[in-house]
Design a protein around this ligand. Structure first.
Ligand code: 87F
Length: 545
């Protein structure tokens, strides 16, 4: 039987469904065949040996520094986050990945509910007529819309679209449900999958044809309330990245060229991957103004019985966030998970010697049990690895590959000393913790790891951001895989020109990632790095995903 994991070697011939009026699709890029890495099997073989023996140098075949793309593909499979699937651009999120998505969901969901947002669920399918209600903004995205054209052996009378986003699904009902100012604000969110038939090269988590996200859609009586929410949500997105995933982001506004076409303006959190030198959009929070309420006729009667169009926002965060976290922290041994998002934070491994007496082995196992209970009571997510058919060295490799933040080893010496040896995944630093301190010291260590991982990532990003006042400085920064922060006259045509001019045979052109909210002062008379005209603001530029 064919191993389904190998099926990826033959990319699916899934030609885009021919949709009525659907524009011609660009030619599909075939996904590079992926081979299943056998990191674990190898580790087991070479990791064997004396109990307690250190098993060094057995990580992934590819290195993060030398071949980033292959390293990432190998990593997500070997660490059991992802399995490839026989529809190109679609991936299976295995429990290790899904558990992290659940942590992100829980974190964000709890906070939006505190803001007054309610969850709901709207259908997956959209009729062509409804999708075309707001043709203008859909037009640019039309090639990515997937259509159902058949059921059984019959052809659908009218093809039905699969949601790429839900504005057109939800707003007709906003129009029905909102009558008076008493119906406002209306603040809805849904956790769903969406489908966008992407033609750019797919990458697990980062760009896939089906992905999971939350989409928030809200309506207010006033501009002021709507704008406050845009920033409240953006701050939560910063929190997801920085406080949960330990990934530094830059908050800012998108340029006119890069914003969502349907929006009044778009705000964003932007992350950066040093190894590829590419910026990546983390999540967006849009102020839609009254653009959609005018299209969908969403009005309320004010106190003077006058009809007013509502002010709307929409905002979205996807499973891409996990990909950015993985790319940021993982190394040549595997994942390195920030404790707050790690499905399991600590692994306890007993390491009896072959010569250890059965009663002593039992005492060791009892101690493992006791520590597990104490840690769980302290709110720590613990896994114990008492399997006797694997060597300690193999287990170290395994849990390193899975990215567990902290390992606790309990050997005969530790039993004598009433202590346990700990080893940090992020730094490899070891520390002896007396049994009596386990329930207090381990949670502290986890918080330290979280903070150190964020600080390290933040320093790396800061080192890769260059302030540039000229084209030469700008190109030097880009070609050094850095981002460029420049004074900017904020002209859309110039942004297009910069993109073209910065395209090289080996690298894509640069675009503005955002106009950062926090930027250095811009003294009167500062000139745009490109046009020499008076600068209006700072812009953060980069090649990007
Ligand atoms: C692809 C196909 C059709 C993005 C698309 O950012 C339509 C679209 O409207 C589309 N890709 N977009 C923009 C989505 C805007 C907005 N929607 C709610 C968000 C956040 C969540």
């Amino acid at each position: 039987m064919t191993n389904p994991e190998e099926a990826i070697a033959a990319p699916a011939a899934d030609a885009p469904a021919a949709a009525a009026k659907a524009p011609k699709a660009p030619k599909e890029k075939k996904e590079k065949p992926k081979k299943e890495p056998k990191a674990e099997g190898d580790a087991k073989k070479s990791g064997g040996g004396a109990a307690g023996g250190d098993n060094k140098g057995l990580g992934l075949r590819n290195s993060k520094k030398d071949n980033f793309g292959d390293w990432y593909s190998e990593l997500v499979v070997a660490s059991e986050l992802i399995s490839y699937y026989d529809v190109s651009g679609c991936y299976i999120l295995r429990p290790w990945a899904y558990a992290m998505w659940e942590v992100v969901q829980g974190w964000f969901d709890q906070r939006i509910k505190k803001l007054g947002v309610q969850n709901s669920y709207f259908p997956l399918f959209i009729t062509e007529d409804v999708l075309n209600t707001e043709k203008d903004h859909v037009e640019g995205f039309a090639p990515e819309v997937a259509w159902v054209t058949k059921y059984g052996n019959s052809t659908m009378e009218k093809p039905i679209a699969i949601r790429p986003t839900s504005e057109t699904v939800m707003y007709p009902y906003f129009s029905q449900w909102i009558r008076s100012h008493r119906d406002l604000p209306l603040r809805l969110n849904q956790w769903t999958n969406v489908v966008r038939w992407e033609f750019k090269y797919p990458t697990p988590f980062i760009r896939s044809r089906e992905f999971l996200w939350q989409e928030g859609h809200t309506a207010f009586a006033t501009q002021e309330e709507a704008e406050r929410e845009v920033l409240d949500i953006l701050e939560l997105y910063r929190g997801v990245y920085e406080d949960l995933l330990a990934v530094p982001v830059t908050k800012g506004k998108k340029s006119k060229k890069e914003q969502f076409a349907g929006a009044f303006y778009t705000t964003t959190v932007e992350a950066y991957i040093p190894e590829t030198g590419r910026g990546i959009q983390g999540a967006t929070s849009h102020c839609l103004g009254q653009n959609f309420s005018k299209m969908f006729n969403i009005t309320y009667e004010d106190d003077d019985r006058q009809k007013q169009h509502v002010w709307q926002n929409s905002w979205g965060l996807t499973t891409r966030s996990l990909g950015v976290m993985i790319m940021t922290h993982a190394d040549d041994k595997g994942l390195v998970l920030p404790p707050r998002v790690a499905p399991k934070q600590v692994v306890i491994i007993p390491i009896p010697k072959a010569s250890t007496a059965p009663e002593a082995v039992q005492a060791m196992l009892d101690k493992v049990d006791e520590m597990t209970k104490a840690l769980e009571a302290a709110g720590v997510r613990v896994v114990t690895d008492t399997r006797s058919n694997y060597t300690p060295g193999w287990k170290y490799n395994h849990w390193e590959l899975k990215g567990l933040p902290l390992r606790m080893e309990l050997g005969p010496k530790d039993m004598d000393n009433a202590a346990v040896m700990t080893c940090r995944r992020d730094t490899g630093a070891k520390e002896v913790v007396p049994w009596a301190d386990v329930a207090t010291r381990i949670p502290q260590l986890l918080e330290t790891i979280q903070a150190d991982m964020f600080a390290a990532a933040k320093a790396r990003t800061a080192n890769c951001t260059e302030t540039c006042h000229s084209w030469e400085e700008f190109m030097a920064a880009l070609n050094n895989k850095h981002m460029a922060l420049t004074p900017w006259a904020d002209e859309e045509e110039i942004e297009e020109e910069v993109k073209k001019k910065s395209t090289t045979p080996d690298a894509m052109g640069a675009k503005t990632l955002c106009l950062p909210f926090e930027a250095p002062p811009l003294p009167e008379g500062t000139k745009c790095f490109y046009s020499g005209k008076p600068a209006k603001n700072w812009a953060l530029w980069g090649r990007s995903y």
